[in-house]
Ligand binder design. Structure first.
Ligand code: OGA
Ligand code: MN
Length: 214
């Protein structure tokens, strides 16, 4: 009976379906309408308030057992989000992410059981050199999720573009993604090398995270 209910409960979501088919076909997906303009605005304000309160830390390379700060590799400042202590604004974010995770688990058997997200701020002049989002001693990260919180005045000339190094047959095809406000980029953490080009103007704001298996 419960199973029957779960099936009846399922409503096909065209946006999620497109994300899934993009991921299967190309290993990445770009969704510009994942969050509304108003949601972007309140989450941007939340990031900036926390940054001004000085809660952000210089981001490190690698995980806890392999930690070092290397400005030559990445220059962003981050603040990890804690879903168990989220406020109403962060609940808007986590509700949407959790809805996507439920959908992925139901339709793709991905087995996403954990997630981790942080706010990120790249000051002018900073970047994140080409890398893969998985650690040598931890391969639980399956999907990377980046959500840009820049404001409407953000221009491509500001730099800070994400470059995804796609593999097509034997050659590499770089795909440039501008960090436009409200844009969400999802990609396969274990497959896709990528980099953040230097920020030339202003500061680059985002929430970045990973959907993980246990
Ligand atoms: C990362 C990362 C990409 C981006 O934080 O690991 O690659 O566009 N971010 O911010
Ligand atoms: Mn990355």
């Amino acid at each position: 009976m419960n199973e029957l209910f779960e099936q009846l409960d399922f409503v096909e979501n065209p946006l999620y379906e497109r994300i899934i088919s993009d991921l299967l076909e190309s290993g990445y997906s770009i969704a510009d309408a994942f969050f509304s303009e108003q949601e972007v605005a309140i989450l941007r304000a939340s990031l900036l308030t926390k940054y001004e309160e000085d809660n952000f830390k210089k981001a490190a390379i690698g995980n806890r057992t392999n930690e070092m700060i290397a400005k030559s590799i990445r220059g962003d400042f981050i603040l990890w989000m804690d879903e168990s202590k989220m406020d109403a604004t962060e609940a808007v974010f986590f509700n949407k992410v959790n809805d996507l995770v439920r959908y992925l688990n139901k339709t793709c058997f991905l087995g996403i059981l954990q997630k981790e997200f942080h706010y990120a701020l790249y000051p002018k002049g900073t970047f994140y050199k080409r890398h893969l989002d998985t650690f040598q001693n931890d391969d639980r990260r399956k999907l990377s999720f980046v959500f840009y919180l820049n404001d409407e005045t953000w221009k491509p000339e500001n730099g800070g573009e994400l470059v995804l190094y796609l593999q097509e047959n034997t050659h590499e095809v770089p795909k440039i993604v501008y960090p436009m406000p409200g844009r969400v980029v999802i990609f396969e953490s274990q497959e896709l090398e990528h980099e953040v080009k230097p920020v030339l103007e202003s500061q680059r704001l985002s929430i970045t995270g990973w959907l993980k298996t246990r």
